[in-house]
Design a protein around this ligand. Sequence first.
Ligand code: ADP
Ligand code: MG
Length: 240
Amino acid sequence: MIDVKGLHKSYGNHEVLKGIDVNIHKGEVVVVIGPSGSGKSTFLRCLNLLELPTSGRIKVENQEITTPKTNIDRVREKMGMVFQQFNLFPHKTVVQNICHAPIKVKGMKQTEAQNLAKDLLKKVGLLEKYDAYPSSLSGGQQQRIAIARALAMKPEVMLFDEPTSALDPEMVGEVLAVMKNLAQEGMTMVVVTHEMGFAKEVGDRILFMDQGYIMEENNPKQFFENPTHPRTIDFLSKVL
Ligand code: ADP
Ligand code: MG
């Protein structure tokens, strides 16, 4: 589904991604871990062209997106993204947050968008918050709404950048549970997280990034039980 070859990204003369090669298959859950500053967010942001790669190419469903002709908006419609900060529109209600893009970008009828919002709110367990404002919700609830809002565009892939890192500990579980359900429904997901329990349980494959490279990748069992690269072993000794 996503095919990345020789992806480089520099800011000025600071090279942040130094040649990333990876394939992400339909229905796969790929978990990206690694130390702060290793390029995880930059990698995710390159996948949906929030950052333009300096060189290399990315194909999504066999369409090269790293060409000047690419319609960046079309690419982003295929990829839902959820950030550490939920970024809900504060002056809009929950339903308005969820319906905004489908109506504005896809021209969906209001009643259809509202029905979709109801379905998605059921999925994330927050139907009763339909008319609430974000400020009345807990962080965990806001993040579940942010996930529903991303799903409203019916993306092919969901990208998560540390979706639980800004949450109080007691709210992490409810967000991970929603993500686990999505994975079980077959959603293709790329998840940057420090939640090693989630990585082990839900991940199909773990990528370990360090200093702009994918230093090691493997299925969760092998990755956590038999890491081979010294940097991986050092990282795991600090987080496990
Ligand atoms: P991670 O998500 O793994 O913590 P990032 O991808 O956010 O890492 O950052 C990798 C490196 O790129 C860091 O050194 C960071 O300071 C730098 N960086 C990220 N975004 C920018 C930017 N917009 N401009 C300049 N440097 C950036
Ligand atoms: Mg980051």
